[in-house]
Design a protein around this ligand. Structure first.
Ligand SMILES: Cc1ncc(COP(=O)(O)O)c(C=O)c1O
Length: 465
């Protein structure tokens, strides 16, 4: 029987790391499938001409990265997710789980005004013949002109200057991203993103059979020189950016780099996909890319992080020249976003309680950030001021995947760096905490206390080989 034998000579660095990297790449390329058994260690060692210890270390490294699982007495198997190195869309189940404090999902902080706002919007729809009529009829794929006007006016109050006729209504931010990739790029084309980025972008790119390349970034955002070098090698067709806060690290793309990246987009002719879903008040934001380069920027926004994730309503702003292509794709996907749900959002955003909950949220996130910074003083933290995520670089000796498992066993869910890594970019030993997700500040405090205890206890001993 033939066995899977990687080309480890294609990798630099130590042989065991090469084996681990080859496993990750084979999973990404689909030549190793979820659930598939890796070759027995001795056979692979013989085939590669290395010691069995090297293979054992390679498998252990792949396991630490979460790509494979060793089963005692049985062997080592490819982990269950479709793409072990990239992203498995989380199965979101927030209700009823009283066993865990879940800081792994990027959710806005809970507030009764959200349910009240939704109830009021539903009641108001029941009284609106126009909305009820839209609810039982087909409507233009882009969304009705009235609905797009409502969003335009609402977005203006949030400091986003957009035109109603350059908007498409989407089923949330993820749909806006997926739609942009699907409509504008062909399979095999290249998309660039920060080396750590929003996992939903990766999953959307994969669904459209696109290639993704990670561009190094720092606290000023994507490194424009590295992007230029990538363009010289092979220019991406689209660059995905979260200029106001990188997810997970919170890094903000500086004004200077925004200009530099826009200049590159014009020189090398690529689209900019700007994701503004992680909302911040206008006073805290810099000039968006869609204002700097309106002719080549698609801008994605959603009600998910300001009103309610379950509403699934967002907007995609695109240069006029792209609207027909995007509309056709949306039509092919689902004809239109359900008009009734769009109207729920339209009624809700016009209510005073919508603004009230958003203002409350901004204050609340700031208090949560201060609390976390105080409790975790002395550890290396990164966060976007006013943002909902905290990025914790683990002290020497900790492994992020093992540490998040340890926290899970203590009842706290967080996300290790791994799902945010583009391609085979190495995962920093860091975890993301979604501060907004905790029920309230007391609950957050309890979770942070557990985290602190685990950090103070020091790293777990490495498994013996
Ligand atoms: C950066 C970013 N973009 C897009 C989304 C998806 O937003 P939506 O829930 O509206 O699909 C998320 C969700 O967490 C996100 O963090």
């Amino acid at each position: 029987m033939t066995i899977w034998v990687p080309e480890i000579d294609a990798y630099t660095g130590s042989r065991y790391r090469a084996i681990a990297a080859a496993i990750g790449d084979a999973i990404n390329a689909g030549s190793l499938q979820p659930g598939e058994k890796l070759p027995p260690q001795r056979r692979l060692a013989d085939a590669l001409g290395v010691t069995i210890g090297t293979v054992t270390r390679g498998y252990a490294e792949a396991e630490r990265n979460g790509w494979v699982t060793a089963r005692v007495g049985s062997g080592t198997y490819v982990s269950g997710c479709q793409d072990a190195k990239a992203f498995q869309m989380p199965h979101v189940e927030t209700s009823g789980d009283t066993q865990h404090i879940d800081l792994s999902l990027s959710l806005p902080p809970p507030h009764p005004l959200r349910q009240q706002g939704l109830a009021a919007a539903l009641a108001s729809i029941g009284q609106s013949p126009e909305a009820l009529s839209r609810g039982v009829n087909y409507q233009p794929a882009q969304g009705s002109a009235v609905q797009r006007q409502v969003f335009t006016a609402w977005l203006e109050t949030l400091g986003f200057a957009l035109e109603a006729d350059e908007l498409l209504i989407t089923q949330g931010g993820q749909h806006g991203l997926q739609l942009s990739l699907q409509a504008l790029l062909r399979p095999g084309e290249l998309v660039a993103a920060d080396t750590l980025t929003y996992p939903g972008l990766m999953s959307a790119a994969r669904q459209s059979h696109l290639k993704l390349v990670g561009i190094p970034f720092d606290d000023q955002g994507m490194n424009a020189e590295a992007l230029r070098a990538q363009c010289e090698r092979q220019s991406p067709r689209m660059v995905y950016l979260t200029p106001e806060q990188n997810n997970p690290t919170g890094a903000v793309l500086s004004a200077e780099r925004r200009d530099a990246i826009v200049a590159l987009a014009r020189k090398y002719d690529f689209w900019l996909l700007e994701d503004g879903v992680q909302y911040l008040p206008v006073e805290q934001r810099l000039t968006p890319l869609y204002c700097l380069a309106p002719e080549r920027t698609l801008f994605v926004f959603s009600t998910a992080k300001v009103l309610a994730g379950g509403l699934r309503i967002g907007v995609l702003r695109a240069p006029p020249v792209l609207l027909e292509r995007l509309t056709q794709t949306l039509r092919a996907q689902s004809w239109m976003v359900p008009p009734l749900l769009v109207d729920v959002a339209c009624h809700w955003v016009n209510m005073a309680s919508a603004r009230e909950v958003m203002d409350w949220q901004s204050q609340e996130l700031q208090s949560r950030q201060i609390m976390a910074a105080e409790m975790l003083a002395g550890f290396t933290l990164q966060a976007r001021e006013g943002g909902s995520n905290l990025w914790l670089m683990l002290p020497e000796g900790f492994r992020a995947v093992a540490f998040s498992e340890q926290l899970k066993a203590r009842g706290v869910l967080v996300t290790s760096a791994e799902p945010f890594c583009v391609g085979s970019a190495p995962a920093p030993q860091a975890i993301r905490l979604c501060l907004g997700a905790a029920q309230d500040q007391d609950t957050l405090g309890r979770a942070l206390q557990i985290l602190l205890e685990c950090l103070r206890a020091g790293p777990l001993a490495s498994p013996t080989l």
